[in-house]
Write a protein that binds this ligand. Sequence first.
Ligand code: NAD
Length: 331
Amino acid sequence: MNVLFFSAKAYDQQFFTEANRKFGFDLKFLEIHLNRNTAVLAKGYSVVCVFVNDTVDADVQQVLAEQGVQLIALRCAGFNNVDLKAAGALGIKVVRVPAYSPYSVAEHTLALILTLNRKTHRAYNRVKEGNFALNGLMGFDLHGKTAGLIGLGKIGLVTAKILKGFGCRVLGYDIVKPAESDGIGVEFCELDALYAQSDIISLHCPLTPATYHIIDSGSIQKMKRGVMLINTSRGALIDAAAVIEGLKQGQVSCLGLDVYEEEADLFFEDLSDKVIQDDIFMRLLSFNNVLITGHQAFFTNNALQGIAEVTLQNMADFATKAVLVNEVKSA
Ligand code: NAD
């Protein structure tokens, strides 16, 4: 089976080549994104393997189908960039990696919380310059604080366990109450109660029409003054302009982002010699209480190994007509 990878970086090639020893597929890696202009490159490939910022809308899938593509293999958990209805109509199967390492993302969430709270990003620079003054670096004890998690799936639950370890009270909101939450000590509650009581709010739900801009000016006004907001899920869960206003008013005291609504034009590339044109993004960078990482929460060697193995197994299941356990379909 031949597979064309889009948006492939050297680390993708390394982990997939290693995992492919067991499968023996013919893998071709392209650095460019999948979009309307590049979809024709899939001519003669039965499988395309895509990532979070590839465009997999109905037009792109039409071109892919014309090239002979039968399977779209996402090497990530989220599938908001794929038009599943179009895939169903074209007879293209879509598979994903629902779980690889929830620890990678949960632990990165804590890295953002701890850095923003204890301001180690600022302390690092100060100490390097011989400035040992502590003014402006004061944090708070996580112990005894209330953390609210929106989305209690695999990553949300691991994050909850870690926060409980710090001695936090953990509130959780989800459209479905998971069986495990009581055992972990998560207090399941309504969204407004979570907004009103949480010192830290972290997003762990997928991007869907219902969660698009779930954090907007209305929800921010319902939060505790001085709330810390963290998003390691998908950028469009947050209305960035509304959060900037919240930061200016002091309603939001800190913001930690691993994802950004318009990240497709920025993340995963070295743009250090370019002028970044996104004014909202640049405004966010201007705050010293905003910490942004470029969609790296998943980026551990354990996760990359898991992603490669599950993605290739998904392809093998497709090739042998086995049940596609990780298929995603339109509802
Ligand atoms: P999951 O499917 O295990 O959990 C998602 C949870 O969100 C589910 O419990 C679901 O019921 C809940 N949910 C759905 N709609 C909701 C709504 N309207 N309100 C509240 N909760 C809702 O997924 P996961 O593995 O925990 O991943 C969560 C998200 O993290 C993914 O959707 C993905 O977008 C993101 N993610 C980011 C990275 C990264 O590198 N930054 C890596 C992996 C996943």
